[in-house]
Design a protein around this ligand. Structure first.
Ligand code: FNR
Length: 186
């Protein structure tokens, strides 16, 4: 298999997001075994069917990046036991065709899910909701292993940056599993 391309989608727009930092640590753990791109989507507007066709430029761009991926890796925070609205908005755009009657870019894509939260759930509840949504969109979800990081404040360095301790081996296991999953779902 050629080197796979993973596109990471972080469900937080926060500059110092722990989930964004987790995605960067995952990129490090993947190393040169795959290309790994973080999707930037802060400029995607709120879904409004009045502006669907032709799609706004940021929507066209994110669809193109997602279409080029062999797999999508979601890194989601948990907001009120759900995944954040910005992520739902992005996925709603991605779920729609570029022109009426066309296909959508998430169809059949392998997906991994990870998340870090300040609370005890470690984003497990948000992840379950995300699985419901992306399964409906016919993504191939790697349900095991998923990575949930509760009490993320316990795994920071003295500059308050994410420095995985307890979760480091689980991240490594998820990386290995997702690379194998991509190979088996070409
Ligand atoms: C939160 N947070 C949170 N944490 C949690 O463990 N369970 C939850 O249900 C919620 N709910 C919630 C709602 C809203 C609106 C906000 C803003 C925050 C806290 C959350 O875990 C924390 O802010 C994380 O740092 C968010 O992830 P990023 O932005 O650091 O990636």
């Amino acid at each position: 298999m050629k080197k796979p391309k993973i596109v990471a989608i972080v469900g937080s727009l926060r500059k110092d997001s722990f989930n964004r930092q987790l995605a960067l640590l995952a990129r490090e753990a993947v190393g040169n075994r795959a290309d790994f791109e973080l999707l930037e989507y802060a400029d995607v507007p709120m879904m409004n069917e009045d502006m669907e066709f032709p799609p706004p430029e940021p929507v066209r761009r994110v669809r193109q990046v997602v279409a080029s991926a062999d797999g999508i890796w979601f890194f989601t925070p948990e907001y009120n036991h759900f995944f954040p609205g910005v992520l739902k908005n992005l996925i709603d755009w991605l779920s729609r065709p570029a022109e009426p009657g066309g296909g959508q870019v998430l169809d059949g894509k392998p997906a991994a899910i990870s998340g870090a939260s300040l609370g005890m759930s470690g984003t497990g509840l948000a992840q379950d909701h995300l699985v419901t949504l992306i399964s409906f969109l016919n993504m191939k979800v790697m349900n095991f292993p998923r990575l949930t990081i509760p009490d993320v404040w316990k795994q920071l360095d003295d500059r308050k940056k994410l420095k995985l301790s307890d979760s480091a081996t689980f991240l490594q296991k998820q990386v290995d599993a997702f690379l194998a999953f991509l190979q088996n779902n070409q």
